[in-house]
Design a protein around this ligand. Structure first.
Ligand code: HSE
Length: 300
């Protein structure tokens, strides 16, 4: 029996559209028992909309990986503990893909390295900013090269804390990408390149006073505000309440604030109150950064 624990992830972190991401200490767990009749049991906080048949994304990913490496698909019973809220911008589909790949690879005798698994995960997900931190942990940068995605772990420090504000509404990534203009101006490109550079410096030096400026973005957050009422006002409220920086988490609707230790109460209350002014109910979680990424263990 094999068990894989995969972290939630927050992608973009402001200016790092499709390339920066962070793993968070909120986990889905996949347990696979082979040589058992096929069955999927769903446990944990989220079941709605997650299929428990052969169309399940974890199982699909496992079967596709075994086909890719010409490994005979074993029959298996899966238990999926889902604690990452789906379609909220916290990397639930990346967790399913990364978890499925790590489990299937381990059951096949680990023929693929982590870097090779990343390439497969990126090909399935379409953009690497969630799958890289889900696999490697910490704060990561994903660089597209001719040889595939080059992953860099910028920080595994857990000194920085976060608050995530999760609205009780879903937002499909495809829809949130569909509203973005296909072209960006040179001015906006320069804005985001320079701010992403500053953000990377903030993480590497652990100089968190740089995050306020470093997390500013002009490529996607303003544009997505039309889909998430109160988005920009709530990001500003987090800064006013003392957050180092704030951003839309992935394509939303979740918001993330990077905060000093001990400031959670004020910041999350201020964000909750602001979202409520726009008629949005939210759940607030204080999450630490996960430094490890997906971890598998053999259970005998
Ligand atoms: N970077 C993606 C987006 C979401 O903002 O559309 C996560 O992959």
């Amino acid at each position: 029996m094999i068990r894989v624990k995969i972290p939630a992830t927050s992608a973009n972190l402001g200016p790092g559209f499709d390339c920066l991401g962070m793993a968070l200490q909120l986990y889905n767990t996949i347990t696979v028992e082979t040589d058992r009749p096929f069955q999927i049991t769903l446990t944990g906080s989220y079941h709605d909309g997650i299929p428990a048949d052969e169309s399940n994304l974890v199982w699909q990913t496992m079967c596709n990986f075994w086909d890719l490496i010409h490994f005979p698909n074993p029959s298996a019973a899966l238990t999926l503990e889902n604690n990452i809220p789906p379609s909220r911008g916290l990397g639930s589909s990346s967790a399913a893909i990364v978890g499925g790949l790590v489990a299937a690879n381990a059951l096949a005798g680990s023929p693929y390295s982590k870097l090779e698994l990343l390439q497969v995960a990126n090909a399935i997900e379409g953009h690497p900013d969630n799958v890289t931190p889900a696999l490697y942990g910490g704060v990561t940068l994903s660089i597209p090269t001719e040889k595939g995605i080059l992953p860099r772990v910028l920080s595994q420090s857990t000194t920085l804390k976060t608050v995530v504000i999760i609205p009780d509404t879903h937002l499909n990534t495809q829809k949130a990408r569909g509203i973005l203009p296909p072209k960006v101006s040179r001015k906006d490109a320069v804005f985001n390149i320079s701010h992403a550079g500053l953000l990377i410096e903030a993480f590497i030096r652990e100089e968190y006073s740089l995050l306020k400026e470093g997390m500013r973005d002009v490529l996607h957050q303003n544009q997505r505000a039309i889909l998430i009422p109160g988005l920009l006002q709530t990001l500003e409220a987090a800064l006013q309440a003392g957050a180092y920086g704030s951003a839309l988490s992935g394509s939303g609707p979740t918001l993330i604030a990077l905060i000093p230790d001990g400031s959670q109460q004020n910041i999350s209350q201020s964000m909750i109150t602001t979202m409520a002014q726009y008629g949005i109910n939210v759940e607030a979680l204080r999450l630490e950064i996960d430094p490890y990424g997906a971890v598998s263990s053999l259970i005998v």
